[in-house]
Ligand binder design. Structure first.
Ligand SMILES: *Cc1c(COP(=O)(O)O)cnc(C)c1O
Length: 385
């Protein structure tokens, strides 16, 4: 493994990958197929569904950042999630967090309803509940930390260790922290998952996913399935994602510094019921987050006093921050998970996961923090009363 620092890995040119002209920025290899010298000598790149140089360049960068042996670049986070679930046998038992990403919940539940797998959703911070879930023969344990939208922190080394002891593979959704803030494979996970739609591309203009594995055998298996099932990103999307990723370190530093400042500012406001941000000393998992993550990240969530209607009025006051359901991009977005990102989760499941109707989730972008704080002021002013 390399000792290069993440910012250097992300910014590094690959003129070697363009043997014709040695371009500093990589070319876009849009061709669906490649010439064979003879019918017997399979070239490294033959057919674009199976292999493509732009996908490989992105996979190499992400694998180096994550300490993975390799992986597959897919057309969305959801297709990477499906790819991960194709690695487990039919009928397998899967354990996932009760407050996981709404799309992950929908996919696992949907496959369960078709009888393709069985699933147990648990509070991953409750090690006893996880232990009970693992009493059934389990093939895969899904970790997502910090969780979305509540920013709860799961002890990756502990959960991955329990999964391994139970004979299960463990996977971590590392979309929120990014490889620059958290390294699940080094903490014992077998697989790491990304929606590159979010911070890695960071420009809010495409969809992408990545599934990376620690062991070469698992890489081979997931690449086999990606090819068999046609779960891959187009060359242009992979090329653009790498272009976006070049500045990940800079964007993350700026957004995270603003998020820390905004979370502290929100917490001190009299209109606030609670702020969830691992960088706050009062966060229940603050110490674990400080140990496990290289930084608290760009996401926070909060509840205002007065409930759902008041939270909706807060949103009407915002002019700079956009009401939209994504995260990790250049501009700051806010959403109401109960009716937006997590609406696919039944009300009972939302209640169990702690996703109250008045919860607001903030994905901090790279604007000036002063301007974001001024906008949040406008939200408070619109609450009335
Ligand atoms: C967005 C997201 C996904 C799904 O990714 P898509 O690219 O939208 O398909 C999965 N997990 C997390 C944490 C996400 O934020």
């Amino acid at each position: 493994m390399t000792t290069r620092k993440p910012a250097t890995i992300l910014a590094g040119a690959r003129p070697d990958a363009d043997p014709g002209l040695h371009g500093v920025a990589p070319p876009l290899w849009a061709s669906d197929t490649f010439r064979w010298a003879t019918a017997e000598e399979k070239p490294a790149y033959d057919y674009g569904r199976t292999v493509n140089p732009n996908r490989d360049m992105l996979a190499d960068v992400l694998a180096e950042l994550e300490g993975a042996a390799g992986g597959a670049i897919t057309g969305s986070g959801q297709s990477a999630a499906l790819l991960a679930l194709l690695l487990v046998p039919g009928d397998a038992h899967v354990v996932a967090p009760h407050d996981c990403y709404g799309g992950t919940y929908r996919l696992i539940r949907g496959l369960e309803e078709q009888g393709r797998l069985s699933a147990t959703f648990v509070d991953m911070t409750d090690i006893d509940a996880l232990g009970r879930a693992l009493e059934r023969e389990t093939a895969l344990v899904w970790i997502e930390t910090p969780s979305n939208p509540l920013l709860r922190v799961t002890d990756i080394a502990r959960v991955a260790g329990l999964a391994t002891a139970a004979g299960a593979l463990s996977i971590a959704d590392n979309t929120l922290p990014t490889p620059l803030r958290q390294q699940p494979l080094a903490l014992g996970c077998d697989l790491v998952f990304h929606s590159t739609t979010k911070a890695i591309n960071g420009h809010g203009d495409l969809f992408g996913g990545a599934l990376l594995a620690k062991s070469p055998a698992l890489v081979e298996k997931l690449q086999w399935w990606a090819n068999a099932a046609g779960l891959y990103a187009g060359a242009r999307d992979a090329w653009e994602t790498l272009r976006g990723a070049r500045t990940l370190s800079l964007r993350l530093n700026q957004a995270e510094a603003s998020a820390q400042r905004i979370a502290g500012w929100l917490e001190a406001r009299p209109e606030i019921e609670v702020v969830n941000y691992p960088g706050l000393a009062g966060h229940p998992d603050h110490d674990l987050a400080a140990r496990q993550q290289a930084g608290p990240g760009f996401m926070a969530s909060f509840r205002v006093k007065g409930g759902n209607a008041t939270a909706s009025r807060f949103l009407t006051g915002l002019r700079l921050i956009t009401l939209a359901s994504s995260l990790g991009g250049h501009s700051t977005l806010i959403c109401k998970p109960a009716s937006m990102t997590h609406r696919g989760m039944p009300p009972e499941a939302q209640a169990e996961a702690g996703i109250t109707p008045d919860l607001l989730r903030l994905s901090v972008g790279i604007e000036e923090a002063d301007d974001l704080i001024a906008d949040l002021e406008r939200g408070f002013a619109a609450m009335g009363g």
